[in-house]
Design a protein around this ligand. Sequence first.
Ligand code: MG
Length: 406
Amino acid sequence: MDSVFDALLAEVIVPAAGTGSRLGGSTKKTYLRIEGEPLLVHTLRRLGTSPSCAGIWVVVASEDIGFCESEILPRCAGVPIRRIVSGGATRQESVLRALQQIPSDAEYVVVHDGARPLVPTDLVARVLNQARTSGAATTAVPAKDTLRRGSNEHVTGDPVPRENLWRIQTPQAFRRDLLLRAHEQARSEGTQATDDAALVERLGVAARLVMGDERNIKITTPDDLPLATALLRAEQADACPVAIRTGLGYDVHRLAEGRRLILGGCEVPHTHGLLGHSDADALAHAICDALLGAAGLGDIGTHFPDTDPAYHGADSMVLLARTVDLVSRRFRIVNIDSTVKAEAPKLNPHIGRIRERLADVLGIDIERVNVKAKTGERMGPVGERLAIETEAIATLELRRADDISG
Ligand code: MG
């Protein structure tokens, strides 16, 4: 807290007692779910992350208090909810009921609709900062569409000039005593206003306009739900891109006499070796495929075709090193796990040096490279010592943009 701006705190009132009759259906709109959570939960979590939010007063219909305690509060861990307040017949009355419960030492209050779940987290601080100088501030966005008056069927008269026309949003921020006075006066006069800023205006205090946000939509009709869902998903994708990728690799080579057996870049003494265009290192090939698969770069055959004479008798560690170069443009290798299925020879004595060699070429610590040995239990091509099969899985982590060089 190193500036006045940071230190400014407000009690936040969230009216959510409306029936949402325009949405149809029996569920009240603030309890409708987007991305698996009630709208109200999204709203409260957002508000709770604002550094300007001292505490939240949620106003719901009296018959919903039990529901909120069992269904809403448990989903709001870490959100500083002060109290669930029993609402009134109108939004205005609901806000007043919360206002009357807020301790008089609270200097500022913010009012935000429960049905605006996409409130940007910095907006509370911005509107509050404006209320500090004027006593009242509201968020709003400029009217963009052409505005016309009309009857049911026809437009009438001239277009309404858009200049100086704003669509009012919440959050709105006020000095607590000012808003309380405005509400008490409205109640004694029996007047209703569309929002709290309009009530304060009746006391001669004009709310300052603070640029709101087009994404801060109010859920009013069923059409708004898919839009809100899309906006939430887009936000989540921005905040948390899928940074982990996995890829699967598999290979099999026939065993033949007179060939060297190469696995993971290491020669393993045996009566037979693997047959192939290159050195037939089935473990290296499976790992190459797993890496390419995780990176979405096709397979080993795409990059190193076995019809290309350049790869005749090739050292598969060279292919693996090239594969690592390819995937490293966008990814960092997290780990490799693999299995070699061979009836013979016994691989366990060689696994240590195989892992060491692979880790060296992959450029990662040995503890991130795992090699397991299995037999075929004397069944199938592996069990009958006709072939060696390999499997590998690679996990890659997307490199951050500022982390990629060259
Ligand atoms: Mg192969």
